[in-house]
Design a protein around this ligand. Sequence first.
Ligand code: GN1
Ligand code: MG
Length: 356
Amino acid sequence: MKQASYKEVLEAYCNPFHEFTVEPVSNGLINHSYIVTSKTSGDTFLLQQINHTVFQDPALVQENYELIWHFLQNNNTGFFIPEPKQFIGDNTLYADSNDNYWRVFEFVYGTKTLSSPESPEQAKEVAALFGHFTSCFASFDIEDLNVTIPGFHNLSARYQQFERSLKTTQYDRLQQAAALIDELRRREHYANLYDVFTESTVFPQRVMHHDAKIGNVLFDIDSGKTVCPVDFDTTMPGYFFSDLGDMIRSMAASLNEDSTNSENISIRKEYYEAILSGYLEWMADELTDAEKKYIHHAGLLVIYMQSLRFTADYLSGDVYYRTTYPQQNYDRARNQLALLISLEDFLQQEYNYNLS
Ligand code: GN1
Ligand code: MG
């Protein structure tokens, strides 16, 4: 964070006379977050810079957050998400003089994040949390929500993006990824299925978080119980598979997405079943028969999409995801492909599930 903009944004939130301590939060691949405490007042809050390259219109992101926060408040849902705070002058979004966009959230004390669940029960609780979240919006007009990233979970568009990335002139990367690319191409039918879903009214649009991984949940430090989801930047109209799929991706996997040990990645049955049952606690009455019929496709579609996205970014020269070493997007793509293959085997063996 540039010292100049950080000072400017904090002055716009409190006033020039406060002194602060600022602690970066190393969570997420996209935005930058900081825990800030005013030495003057003792107040702690979460300061976040919205990634303006990924979110072309940060105002839409913040509008959505205010909309869902107010909706949850006003409809007595009892569902907690952190309060968006106002800068001096009432706005909850602040554009600094370098055209960086910032917002402040209520700090949720006594919580921690986890990169993987500690037990199937905990995974079930996370799944119930995201299911509960979507079910709160049963009476909400989905048209009111902005689309913050067009085509974000559009698997068909993600496949096309992957195909375009193959036109790269980074021939060494292309050569290295040849086997990976081949496996992904063989699974194009998943992308076609997305078009079938979205053209039919039996797959309605719902409020989806679109990044429903365990890393986006706050847990109580003492009890280990879920407190709330966070990171609603991609909360927008979406289809049934998105949140359930991301939870399977992040919690049923035996290793997380940054593990380079992809030969040993597998789907853990007790976690998979816990996730499904937790989600259905809230969503069983909401989902249509068609959605229920395709429920096991949730993990397949999201994991496939994630592998396509990491591969495309690798071939495009790591322009999107933050990386800490040159091969990281390639490793992540291979990890997700290995997870996909493991899920395909698992679904066929356990449920005799038809993958097509
Ligand atoms: C990104 O920044 P983070 O970790 O919350 C991405 C998700 C991916 C995820 C993979 C806006 O989320 O779609 O699933 O990385 N978010 C965006 O870890 O692209
Ligand atoms: Mg995110």
